[in-house]
Write a new protein. Structure first.
Lengths: 191, 81
């Protein structure tokens, strides 16, 4: 089971509201390659993983992704909390404001609600880990795009942290994939 | 106490504290609840330490020691029987 730790993994202290940037950040909060997708994909894949190392890795990275999802939520909250309805409307979140106010909803920037159709959960460890490596690279690229959309250092710093975590996760998934492939080769050699 | 007995006792106390925590979230000024919360939180901490000493970590990310190699990864995982 899970317990909650009352701290962010990386601090979020945004000084200036920016509704337009908040809208873009929904990509990583509730979009296809979001932290939410990553967490759900890894935590579900964990059940059928064949080795202690891969069970632990998917459990622990899946858990860390929940902490990343929380960082995105904190950023969206801080970027929108003082916005007027007119500012929401001007930034393209008029429909959003009409529907949910400033509730922090799991959706993409263009408003599609999050769906498990975004994720892949199979009982083939090689297919799963290959998907996971792709997910990390898609998220890494997403953070680079998001960083190119603002000059605000208090927004860029947590995004740079999250980008770096994608790189580390990719490395660990790659090691897990090599390990699983070696297990498969040994089992094949044994007959 | 066997590993399973200790785990069962931990589950019971941990669940009691989840339920009491929810009650306290909406009744933060209840003195009886507060006393129970702290009594059982102490028991939970003791039992967890006892489990950690004997069978390895129940928590990840450095919240418990891994004294016998990195035994965090060891089976059984909770979804396995």
């Amino acid at each position: 089971m899970w317990i909650y730790q009352k701290q962010l993994q990386y601090p979020v202290n945004i000084q200036r509201g920016d509704v337009g940037m908040a809208k873009f950040l929904f990509a990583q909060y509730g979009g296809p390659d979001s932290e939410l997708s990553a967490s759900q994909q890894y935590l579900a894949q964990r059940f059928t993983m064949p080795t202690p190392e891969t069970k632990a890795l998917l459990n622990d990275i899946g858990t860390e992704e929940m902490a990343h999802w929380e960082i995105l939520g904190a950023m969206i909250y801080q970027l929108t909390k003082n916005a007027t309805p007119d500012e929401m409307k001007a930034a393209g979140l008029g429909d959003y404001y009409a529907t949910r106010g400033k509730g922090v909803f799991q959706q993409s920037p263009s408003g599609e609600p999050w769906t498990s159709a975004y994720i892949q959960v199979l009982n083939d460890p090689i297919a799963n880990l290959s998907n996971d490596m792709a997910a990390e690279q898609k998220a890494r690229a997403a953070y680079e795009r998001l960083m190119s959309l603002t000059n605000d250092a208090s927004i860029i710093a947590p995004l740079a942290f999250l980008r770096a975590r994608e790189v580390v996760h990719f490395q660990r998934f790659g090691e897990a994939l090599m390990d699983i492939q070696n297990v498969c080769v040994k089992n094949y050699a044994k007959g | 106490m066997t590993q399973q007995e200790l785990l069962n006792q931990l589950q019971q106390i941990a669940f009691y504290l989840v339920d009491l925590n929810l009650y306290m979230d909406t009744h933060p000024d209840c003195p009886q609840g507060l006393a129970l919360y702290n009594t059982y939180a102490t028991k939970l901490r003791e039992l967890r330490m006892q489990y950690e000493q004997a069978y390895g970590p129940l928590l990840n990310f450095g919240n418990m020691l891994a004294k016998n190699g990195f035994d965090w990864i060891n089976s059984p995982w909770p979804w396995e029987n």
